[in-house]
Structures are given as C-alpha cells and as structure tokens.
Write a protein that binds this ligand. Structure first.
Ligand code: NAD
Length: 250
C-alpha cells in the first residue's frame, strides 16, 4: 500500500494504458480520479473499480479547471498527476486536414500543459508531488506520415523538462515513452478485441514480446514513489528494446 492516503489523477484513465495505471495506484491504496472524454468507457470502468470518474476533455481549459475544482473540493489534495490521454492522427502529410494537426496537438500537448498548470498548486502542497507524462517512442523516431503525433510527443518531452525545472523541488516531473503496447483487451466492452499479434511481432523486440499496459503502470508507480526522489526531468523509454535495435536492409 505504497500510496495509501494519496490522491492520484489519471487522464484518459477509462481505457487502455490509463486504466491499468488507475488500477495499479488503487491497488497501492490511492484514491484515484479517472478523467476521460468517453462517458461510456468512464462509467463502465468506474463501475468495475474504486475510481471516481469525471468526464472532461483535457484540451478544454474550462473542463480542466472543473476537474481540479472537483479534486480540491472532494479530496482537498493531489499527490500524483498522470497525463496519459492521447490520440493519433490519420492520413498523410498531403491529405490530412490542418484541423487534425490542431486537435492532436491540443489533446496531446495543450492538455498536459493545462493539467499541469491547474494542478500545480495542489501538487506543490503535496510536497513531494509527482507528474508523469505519457509520451511515446515516436517522440524520438518515426514512421512516414505521423507528423502531428510525433511532434506532439516530442513537445511533451520538452514540456516535461521545462515543468521539472519550474516546479522543482516540490514536484518531480518525468516522462515515460512507451513502445508497442497492446491495449486491445483494455477497451470498453463495445470496443474490446482479442490480441491479434504474430510471433514476429514479439520476436522483433529484444525483450521477446510486445508490451502490456501493466508494464507502463509499474513504471508510473516507481516514478511517483519516494525511491525515485532523485529522478526528475527524465524520459524512461519502455519499449522492450525495440528502438535500440539497429536494422540493416539485406
Ligand atoms: P487508448 O485509446 O486505449 O486510451 C486513451 C484514452 O484517452 C481513451 O479512454 C480516450 O477516451 C481518452 N481520451 C482521448 N482524448 C481525450 C481527451 N481529449 N480528454 C480526455 N480523455 C481523452 O490509448 P492507449 O493506447 O492506452 O494510449 C494511452 C497513452 O499512451 C496515449 O498518450 C498514447 O499516445 C500513449 N502511447 C500508447 C502506445 C501504445 O502502443 N498503446 C504507445 C506509445 C504511447
């Protein structure tokens, strides 16, 4: 029960990696506020665990203010913020509407900025508070036509070190860059599917397998715990070694 008595806020917490993070903190005794834009997913997840669901869009300043007011009035404290909500882009550089760039940047980068800005006073009081930003290995390398997503996650790494300097020593701020994490079984019932992974999907990882949401949740606990008290502004790549593997074409 490493987080007994603590209050933890997880954005995008109703499904996928965020849900695993909510469950991990709850298992360690924390009271967990799960923020998500998807009402159906949020209600379903909250029915299955000790979470307080708040529907909100992290890109909207008024929504973020309302979330923080809810935390303040119901719990009077906040110890950990996990900025996990994120979306991807579709299409190609040539065909993608510019509005899609704006939306991806708004959710993936403006969202964590707004959450950090409005949560900061409570996190400073928690002393030590912790922010964990869920970035991506795509902040560091790319497939073709992933500009909005890659740029948003690269920005999130920069936001991480900037916040770490602004909020230290009261609040530590770190990023996790997940690689390939299979979330197919961590969706709301109407969107859930069985994993469809081939042996070569696992084999291409030096660790021998595709990642799971629990791999990322464990790192969130570690980065927010006292044992990580000298770690701030860091980016922890958790990708089974996929991005350190050198590839030559035969
Ligand atoms: P997911 O789509 O399964 O879950 C994301 C959740 O965020 C959903 O419940 C969704 O409703 C919510 N959300 C989306 N927009 C929101 C908004 N504006 N406000 C509030 N909530 C919103 O995604 P996931 O695969 O679990 O990814 C979680 C995070 O991890 C994302 O930031 C993603 O970029 C990052 N990531 C995932 C992977 C992967 O392989 N799954 C790899 C690298 C990084």
């Amino acid at each position: 029960m490493r987080f007994a008595g603590k209050v933890v806020l997880v954005t995008g917490g109703a499904q996928g990696i965020g849900l695993a993070i909510c469950q991990a903190f709850a298992r360690e005794g924390a009271r967990v506020v799960m923020v998500d834009i998807d009402e159906e997913a949020g209600q379903e997840a909250a029915a299955g665990g000790p979470f307080q669901f708040v529907k909100a869009d992290v890109a909207e300043e008024d929504d973020v203010r309302r979330v923080v007011q809810t935390v303040q009035s119901q719990f009077g404290r906040l110890d950990v913020l996990v900025n996990n909500a994120g979306i991807t882009a579709t299409g190609t550089l040539g065909t993608r509407p510019v509005a899609e760039w704006d939306r991806v940047l708004a959710v993936n980068l403006r969202g964590p900025y707004l959450m950090a800005k409005y949560c900061a006073p409570l996190l400073v009081q928690a002393n030590p508070g912790s922010i964990v930003n869920i970035a991506s290995t795509r902040a560091l390398m790319s497939e073709p036509h992933t500009e909005p997503y890659s740029a948003s996650k690269g920005g999130l790494l920069a936001l991480t070190h900037s916040l770490a300097v602004s909020l230290g020593p009261d609040v530590r701020v770190n990023a996790i860059s997940p690689g390939w994490i299979d979330v197919s079984e961590w969706k709301k019932t109407t969107a859930r599917s069985k994993p469809n992974l081939r042996p070569e999907d696992h084999r291409q990882h030096p660790a021998g397998r595709v990642g799971t949401p629990a791999d990322i949740a464990a790192a969130c606990l570690f980065l927010s715990a006292p044992e990580a008290g000298f770690i701030t502004g860091a980016n922890l790549v958790i990708d089974g070694g996929m991005t350190i593997r050198m590839i030559y074409v035969d």
